[in-house]
Design a protein around this ligand. Structure first.
Ligand code: GLY
Ligand code: MN
Ligand code: MN
Length: 456
């Protein structure tokens, strides 16, 4: 019997259990094993990932926790998502991984043995957890595998979580940072299966964007149309995958000039653009990250089109700069050169010297993408932002122009227009493959795509 099953987590409004009921609950349950051939998705790939981590830290014990559940209030937790490094090393991605820990124990031969410390399925005959514990009980939150099942699912030796307390304490924060950096760097190049998961995320995201366009007539009538859009996209994300990979940005009009507008409490206006930045996260926890800026009327006005076409030209220049061996910063520089020259042609930018154009672009124009939307963020700079692109990197290219509504340097007709175009690409042997090409990007293609969806 585990400690957890001795003291089930109950709430003040739960009814007490009589000894007679406790005895009655302890028997009469048929065996219900998991199918013998059940495996976590991609389980064949995790041994090689652990071996690469092992080779970086000979002789050191490595501890990779799934993370702890976060309380929302009282006995209600936020939905749990395991840490991406834990998911990558184990293949385990479900809510039930809360509190679980992967330990890589040095095996005396410069290698490591992996051990997963898990909360096993609660016993039916040895405690009340399975029907009384609100956080871990099988009848409250669902079944977990027992240790033998978990070993078959993952191919990793499993031990009860309570045994983890017997391990001596870990090392210092500097070592933790080194491990986090190594894990980010090891995840930079995606294997073929990971690319297939990212493609699935992109494909579901495409469907979500189509749902949003179909929902525009209804959203335009709602006082918080942005929220309606968010709900429509998030429904698709939750139905097809684990949910969204980040909070959906549904920004209409001048809200598009706020880079991460997630309040989404605005009304939609036919004459405005809608900037939708959203991504579905698969059940395997890979996420897309796509932005389209759409005319709510279905047709770009001349000035909207002018801004849009400059951002599109910048994105095309950025995409053309993607290839193995190119510096990570090349695509950003290529796109920003187009933007700066365009702004100078319009007379908005008085000088091409320095970086004054950044008043209107505000941020970088892309990042690695994978299990996290801003993937591999702990990688050292020489492996990422100051490094070179390599085959198997997956990244976004997302230039934007953000003309704040109160910017006195701008002509009145540009103020309050924000445009971002964001696509997901995988670096190939000799260039890059656009993964999100099913969503239109040119103004003409967007208008006909919207027209078809709204007529259909
Ligand atoms: N959705 C956040 C980003 O584009 O980086
Ligand atoms: Mn992005
Ligand atoms: Mn985005």
């Amino acid at each position: 019997m585990t400690e957890v099953s001795v003291r089930p987590r109950t709430s003040s409004h739960d009814l007490p259990v009589s000894p007679e009921l406790a005895a009655f609950m302890a028997s009469g349950w048929a065996p219900s094993p998991l199918p013998h051939d059940a495996r976590v998705p991609g389980s064949g790939l995790t041994p090689a990932r652990r071996a690469r981590l092992s080779a970086r830290f000979p002789g050191e014990r490595l501890i990779v926790p799934a993370g702890e559940p976060r309380v929302r209030s009282n006995d209600c937790d936020h939905r749990f998502r395991p840490h991406s490094a834990y998911a990558w090393l184990t293949g385990l991605t479900g809510e039930e991984q809360a509190g679980h820990v992967l330990v890589m124990e040095p095996d005396g031969t410069r290698g490591h043995e992996a051990v997963l410390f898990l909360r096993p399925r609660s016993a039916r005959d040895g405690g009340e957890e399975f029907y009384r514990d609100r956080r871990y009980g099988e009848f409250w939150v669902g079944r977990r595998p027992d240790l033998a099942e978990a070993e078959r699912l993952t191919g990793i030796r499993c031990a009860p979580l309570d045994d983890l307390r017997r391990l001596p304490p870990g090392r210092d924060a500097a070592h933790d940072a080194e491990l986090a950096s190594a894990l980010s760097e090891l995840r930079l190049v995606k294997d073929v299966w990971e690319v297939s998961q990212l493609q699935a995320a992109v494909d579901h995201t495409t469907t979500g964007f189509e749902d949003v366009v179909r929902a525009l007539p209804r959203a335009l009538t709602h006082p918080r149309g942005e929220r309606w859009i968010e709900g429509v996209f998030d429904l698709r994300a939750r139905a097809e995958g684990n949910g969204t990979g980040y909070e959906t940005i549904a920004a209409s009009g001048a809200h598009a000039c706020v880079l991460h507008w997630t309040r989404n409490d605005g009304r939609l206006d036919q004459d405005d653009l809608l900037l939708l930045d959203a991504g579905v996260e698969t059940d395997t926890l890979y996420t897309a990250d796509i932005t389209r800026t759409l005319p709510l009327s279905g047709r770009f006005s001349p000035v909207q089109r002018q801004v849009y076409e400059l951002v599109l030209a910048a994105q095309e220049a950025g995409i053309a700069a993607l290839r193995p061996g190119a510096s990570f910063r090349d695509f950003h520089r290529a796109g920003m050169k187009v933007i700066a020259e365009g702004l100078a042609d319009w007379g908005v930018l008085k000088s091409l010297e320095g970086d004054l154009y950044r008043r209107y672009t505000l941020c970088g124009s892309g990042h690695m993408l994978g299990l996290d939307v801003h993937d591999c963020a702990q990688a050292r700079s020489d492996a990422y932002v100051d490094g070179a692109l390599a085959e198997g990197h997956v990244l976004t290219v997302e230039p934007g122009l953000y003309f704040q509504p109160d910017d006195e340097t701008l002509p009145a007709e540009l103020r309050g227009i924000g445009v971002r175009i964001e696509d997901d690409l995988v670096i190939t042997e000799d260039g890059a493959r656009l993964m999100s090409g099913a969503l239109p990007r040119t103004p003409e293609a967007i208008e006909s795509w919207m027209g078809a969806l709204l007529d259909g």
